[in-house]
Design a binder for this molecule. Sequence first.
Ligand code: FES
Length: 167
Amino acid sequence: MNPISAYAKQRLDEIITQYKEVKTPLMMILSAFQKEFGYVPLEVQEIISKRLDIPVAEIYGIVTFYSMFSLKPKGKYVVGICLGTACYVQNAQQIANHLEEILGIKPGETTSDGLFTIDILRCLGACALAPVMVINGKILPHVKVNDLQRIIDEYIKMEAATYATSH
Ligand code: FES
């Protein structure tokens, strides 16, 4: 994986300095970096390890245990498919499979253009809307396999329009 930027390193340094003296510095630092950069790669964990004198294995354990942390950068659009029971019995697995085919990636991966990441989720508490898909926090209810291509195309079109107006 690419090394983090000089800016990210500098921010990490500032974040560590900011939280070093609090009671639970590790969680605060990991959360702050994740929030700002969208992931906490191993390189960042190693720097935190040295500064706080905590073994990297311990930090890695936390980052991989809590789903709010990610080891890899995520795409601009994070497409979550709920595989909780209510969604599962309504075809959610087929929806996940078809989405993988359309985007050419597996869950947890990001498309090479950096646009989409697939996340597999557990019950979102919206079972009445099953099967549910979430794109950047927006819930799409009663999704059908046949809707997927159109939904993804809409985001690609939106992206192209944004690009056109900003260039
Ligand atoms: S199982 Fe999918 S929202 Fe509850």
